[in-house]
Write a protein that binds this ligand. Structure first.
Ligand SMILES: *[C@@H]1O[C@H](CO)[C@@H](O)[C@H](O)[C@H]1NC(C)=O
Ligand SMILES: *[C@@H]1O[C@H](CO)[C@@H](O)[C@H](O)[C@H]1NC(C)=O
Ligand SMILES: *[C@@H]1O[C@H](CO)[C@@H](O)[C@H](O)[C@H]1NC(C)=O
Ligand SMILES: *[C@@H]1O[C@H](CO)[C@@H](O)[C@H](O)[C@H]1NC(C)=O
Ligand SMILES: *[C@@H]1O[C@H](CO)[C@@H](O)[C@H](O)[C@H]1NC(C)=O
Ligand SMILES: *[C@@H]1O[C@H](CO)[C@@H](O)[C@H](O)[C@H]1NC(C)=O
Length: 755
């Protein structure tokens, strides 16, 4: 088509550096534990010595003993250790007494100095520093002999924790990869030195004991499904020349964690080289999912790579979980739905681990079967189908309990090549894209509004990270235009599934009839959207043929509800043959569906006595084997209202008396088979096999979170007297293979007839 072009505006993904490219500031030393290093005297005052419990696995009242001395955390050797020592230490930690002690590094080996050895307390000392020992730092032990204590889980009343560093307060908040100089700065960054954010800033991780399981967790957090080994020598050469700043060490993930904070790990003093003796900063390499490999952005978003897909989400990597069984998609019940199961889904789809496991249909409700319940994944499974689950019946679980996920997705910088200006809120405005001329100069520019529709706006809002498009605007003259730029893009056409406008088609050179800024494309984005779906089983159950006398069809003829040949009929004698059925249109989205036109432009239909708010709300069609329309339903104008709602939802829209029109979330609008115009006129149709198709909101005039479920199709068999519908289903309910079988239906019959 004319807007397809071989030339593309050069979209630049890299104009701002990735978040990992700024040099990480070392953790601030002012907030580091040990604000004032204790005096080096062996008789440090009791309140000065910081004691903490560390190691793994352990509870809050047990662990390896660590002492903060001369600005460094170190351990205690188990030689000569006794319950009396443990009593002193536990009281220092704020517990009433000890119930035991451990030897031989039961909670794992510490790092750094072994501060005390041959400690012999009497039991009544206020601090371990007051007990007999070989003196600070004088020890012939190794970390294999680190001592631990088990304290009675009862706090000393009124104990103020100022002397105790609770290791659990230190949390890894975020992780990022710093690509090393030699690797190209392409997005996404899949390999580099791991840096973790904690309350004091960013720091590196000691690679001693680092395993591929840790890598898996890091990759998952960064949006990558798989991990691979790095070339350690390459990094060693590079890192030797760098100044290191460790803070985290002894990371020991099992690989199924969704966040590094959930892994056993330990914190050391910022910058302390002793924290990683002989080690280096951990580096990882991740394998991106198919969408995020080089050139992956050019590929279309393929939802059903495997037997699982996400539906109804505003952003990439989020949505209601749907699984495929027997050629038909169904949902997952949220009973016991958790991050491990959600992560299996995310990784299976080529994203990282799960950020959130959502319950209660937070991404809208499905319409089809509910297949799985009580999914229990370990987190290592390749597919959600490999996790144990329970089959559900409709009594066990309803679509109100549909499970959903938000996955970690790689940082692609997509939002950096697009911006909105001039609007009243941050969710609306005139669109600007960053383009690069052949000289490499980058400029922001506007988009021509002429081809701009809801579809293109959907892609723009997704790219902006602002959710769904509420509207795509062809004119934006009513917005502030003090700082407008030139138009750089025209003829933009998207299919709606693209991740960024750069994947859509557009004119090779800007060609816009009205090139003024006031005719530039704009968007109004929204975190929520409606989603209309037809009840397919009701259509199948209610279909029948009626031969309706013409004298009862004057009103219908006036509203254009009959096929063209009706005009040549001998009114009022004779009849029309009508294919009748009920349509029940549900709003399963998260925002009310409202007609695009305001009530001032609604049309009064005197014949039927109500206002029509949308010119084209549905298409009803009968198609033959090659997809040609053999009968077209009227372009039904509708009066939208809440006929009924799910339990607990109240009706809001009513047609009567020029009432507000729309469909509330959780409600449906029913057009019974016996109301006027609710039919397809098949008077001229020959017996045979056909496909009956209903499309709601066919021109996508009103925003929905999902347009792939707007069509409903049935196999239709007509023998000249009676009619049967089979396999009625929503457009996205079948697998591709099942859909192909469905489409073949008319052909099969034709073959049989001809043979
Ligand atoms: C950590 O290292 C940075 C730079 O390498 C330095 O500016 C900072 O003072 C150091 N902090 C401590 C606590 O030594
Ligand atoms: C669930 O139902 C399917 C199809 O009816 C059956 O094949 C499967 O074995 C059942 N699974 C469980 C766990 O009950
Ligand atoms: C590109 O660079 C060339 C030579 O430097 C210059 O003549 C030309 O005007 C530049 N084009 C643009 C669009 O800036
Ligand atoms: C327009 O641009 C100027 C200079 O960049 C800036 O100071 C001004 O605030 C902008 N006006 C609006 C309405 O954005
Ligand atoms: C769809 O229609 C069928 C048949 O009348 C009914 O049993 C079912 O509850 C309807 N589905 C929904 C979601 O309302
Ligand atoms: C489609 O089928 C109809 C009749 O079934 C036929 O008249 C028409 O030529 C066909 N069109 C194409 C494009 O094959």
């Amino acid at each position: 088509s004319w807007w397809r072009s071989g030339w593309r505006v050069c979209w630049v993904l890299l104009q701002t550096p990735p978040p990992s490219s700024t040099r990480a500031p070392p953790p601030s030393s002012t907030r580091a534990p040990g604000t004032a290093p204790p005096p080096s005297s062996t008789r440090a005052p009791a309140q000065r010595l910081k004691v903490r419990l560390a190691g793994y696995p352990r509870k809050h009242n047990e662990g390896r003993v660590e002492l903060f001395h001369q600005g460094e955390w170190g351990t205690v050797c188990d030689d000569d250790f006794s319950i009396s020592n443990a009593h002193v230490l536990c009281r220092q930690l704020g517990f009433v007494e000890a119930t035991g002690w451990t030897h031989s590094a039961k909670y794992g080996k510490g790092l750094g100095r072994i501060w005390l050895d041959n400690v012999q307390c009497g039991g009544g000392e206020k601090s371990i520093a007051l007990c007999k020992s070989r003196g600070w730092g004088n020890s012939d032990c190794t970390h294999d002999e680190d001592a631990g204590v088990v304290c009675k889980d009862e706090r000393i009343p009124g104990f103020v924790d100022s002397n105790v560093i609770d290791v659990s307060e230190n949390k890894v908040e975020e992780v990022r990869l710093r690509p090393v100089a030699a690797t190209k700065r392409k997005l996404p960054v899949t390999e580099g030195v791991v840096e973790v954010k904690h309350r004091d800033g960013w720091a590196q991780v000691c690679d001693l004991g680092w395993s591929i399981k840790n890598t898996r967790v890091v990759c998952g957090m960064l949006g990558f499904p798989h991990e691979r080994r790095v070339n350690k020598n390459f990094y060693r050469l590079y890192l030797e020349r760098q100044k290191n700043f460790f803070y985290v060490h002894s990371v020991a993930c099992s690989g199924t964690e969704v966040h590094l904070a959930a892994c056993p790990l330990e914190f050391s003093r910022p910058n302390s080289t002793g924290a990683c003796p002989g080690g280096a900063p951990a580096a990882v390499s991740c394998v991106p999912g198919p969408l995020f490999t080089p050139g992956g952005l050019k590929k279309k978003l393929k939802t059903s790579v495997r037997g699982v897909r996400l539906k109804g989400g505003a952003r990439l990597g989020e949505g209601r979980v749907e699984v495929l069984r027997g050629g038909e998609w169904g949902t997952v019940c949220d009973d016991r739905w958790n991050l491990q199961a959600a992560s299996v889904v995310c990784r299976e789809l080529g994203f990282g681990s799960a950020k959130e496991a959502l319950t209660g249909a937070r991404m809208g409700q499905g319409m089809g079967p509910i297949y799985l319940s009580e999914v229990r994944c370990l987190g290592t499974e390749r597919s959600i189908w490999n996790c144990p689950f329970r089959n559900v019946s409709s009594e066990d679980c309803q679509h109100l309990e549909d499970a959903a996920v938000r996955c970690n997705v790689p940082y692609m910088g997509l939002e950096n090549t697009i911006r909105i200006t001039g609007g009243r809120t941050r969710y609306e405005g005139r669109l600007e894209v960053l383009s690069t001329d052949p000289n490499g100069t980058q400029t922001w520019g506007l988009i021509c509004g002429e081809t701009w529709t809801t579809m293109e706006a959907m892609v723009a809002c997704r790219q902006l990270g602002l959710g769904y498009a509420n509207q795509g605007l062809k004119e934006t003259w009513y917005w502030d235009s003090s700082n407008v730029t030139d138009m750089v893009l025209s003829g933009v056409r998207c299919s709606g599934t693209e991740m960024s406008l750069s994947q859509c088609q557009h004119h090779p050179t800007v060609s816009c009839q009205k090139a003024a800024a006031k005719f530039a494309a704009g968007v109004i984005c929204s975190e929520t959207a409606s989603d209309l779906v037809l009840n397919a089983s009701l259509v199948q159950q209610t279909v029948y043929i009626e031969d309706r006398p013409l004298h009862m069809l004057y009103c219908a003829a006036e509203e254009d509800c009959l096929s063209k040949s009706a005009a040549k009929a001998n009114w009022p004698y004779g009849h029309r043959r009508l294919l009748r059925f009920s349509s029940q249109i549900h709003n399963i989205g998260r925002a009310d569906f409202k007609p695009k036109a305001g009530r001032h432009s609604w049309v009064w239909h005197a014949c039927h006595g109500h206002y029509h708010s949308m010119d084209i709300f549905t298409h009803y069609d009968l198609l033959n084997a090659n997809g040609t329309k053999v009968a077209e339903g009227h372009k039904a104008s509708f009066c939208l209202e809440d006929t009924d709602c799910h339990e607990g939802v109240s009706k809001r829209y009513e047609c009567a008396n020029f009432g507000d029109q729309g469909i509330t979330v959780g409600c449906w609008d029913l057009y019974r088979h016996d109301i006027d115009c609710q039919w397809i006129d098949i008077t001229d149709v020959k017996p045979g096999n056909y496909i009956m198709q209903i499309v709601i909101n066919p021109n996508q005039e009103v925003a929905e979170s999902d347009f792939t479920n707007n069509a409903m199709k049935c196999n239709c068999k007509y023998d000249g007297h009676r009619v049967w519908f089979h396999n009625c289903h929503i457009g996205d309910a079948f697998s591709e293979e099942a859909e192909r079988r469905f489409e073949k239906y008319p052909g099969q019959l034709n073959n049989r007839i001809s043979s």
